[in-house]
Design a binder for this molecule. Structure first.
Ligand SMILES: [Zn+2]
Length: 256
């Protein structure tokens, strides 16, 4: 049981956090000093950095992040990363597998051009109900990105916190989003990322089981430690980043 002052401090932190999310450059500068004690990875480990929106003013910043990661290890496709976890592909040092969440229009206009130019593969986790909404991708945009070689997974229909849903509603988010994305893209969807992504708080064991039964082969969370061969693809660790952050702040999330 936490004393009330600790709870209050935690709530203040959360309020501060959401205000900082709206100001990513400031957030990055505040995080940066903690990165002084960290280094980008040097030991063998598989990392899954992920982003959300990449507004035009952050295109060069995304390029800067990717260049820093590419200097220390290869960027794998989601398929290749799962092969590393399965022990079918060697883990030779730090390796990275990039993903993006929600359904941002900036994937088409900013992120994809940078990724194609730098030959970096990526997985896009779609919140299917956001597709076609103002400010988001259309299904045709998604088909174009798929044709350009990018992979797609599900990130639910409504971006709800699965842990808060009853069994039926949670299962619907997993199963119906998969079906809709498959119908629209004409390809099987086998990878899932849980909104918010923290075990117990944001999703439950039940949801991982439903995902498995529905035919998903991977389930991404937002726990952050490096992954290694033998780790479960039904509990992928990802590191949330914002392109506006200095590399020093990236080091607080992606490190040995
Ligand atoms: Zn999301």
């Amino acid at each position: 049981m936490q004393p009330p002052t600790a709870i209050k401090r935690r709530l203040n932190e959360l309020g501060l956090r959401s205000r900082l999310r709206a100001r990513p450059r400031l957030q990055g500068r505040i995080l940066a000093p903690a990165g002084l004690r960290r280094r980008l990875p040097s030991a063998p480990g598989l990392y899954f950095p992920f982003y959300h929106d990449v507004l035009p003013e952050y295109g060069d910043d995304l390029r800067r992040h990717l260049r820093a990661l590419q200097r220390i290890g290869p960027m794998l496709t989601w398929d290749e990363a799962l092969a590393v976890l399965a022990g079918e592909r060697p883990l030779t040092g730090p390796m990275f597998c990039l993903s993006f969440d929600d359904a941002h229009l900036s994937w088409r206009d900013v992120a994809a051009p940078v990724l194609l130019e730098m030959r970096v593969p990526a997985m896009f986790f779609l919140t299917s109900g956001m597709v076609g909404q103002p400010g988001n991708l259309t299904w045709q945009d998604c088909r174009d990105l798929a044709a350009a070689g990018f992979a797609f997974g599900s990130h639910t229909i409504t971006h709800t916190r699965l842990a808060d849903q009853d069994d039926e509603a949670a299962a619907r988010e997993l199963i119906e989003s998969k079906r809709e994305i498959e119908d629209e893209l004409g390809a099987e969807v086998r990878d899932f990322a849980a909104p918010y992504g923290h075990p117990a708080v944001d999703f439950r064991d039940r949801d991982v089981q439903v995902a498995r039964d529905a035919g998903y082969r991977s389930f991404a969370t937002t726990l952050r430690p490096a992954m290694h061969p033998g780790d479960s693809p039904m509990f992928i660790h990802r590191q949330g980043l914002h392109p506006a952050w200095p590399i020093m702040a990236v080091r607080t999330r992606v490190h040995d």
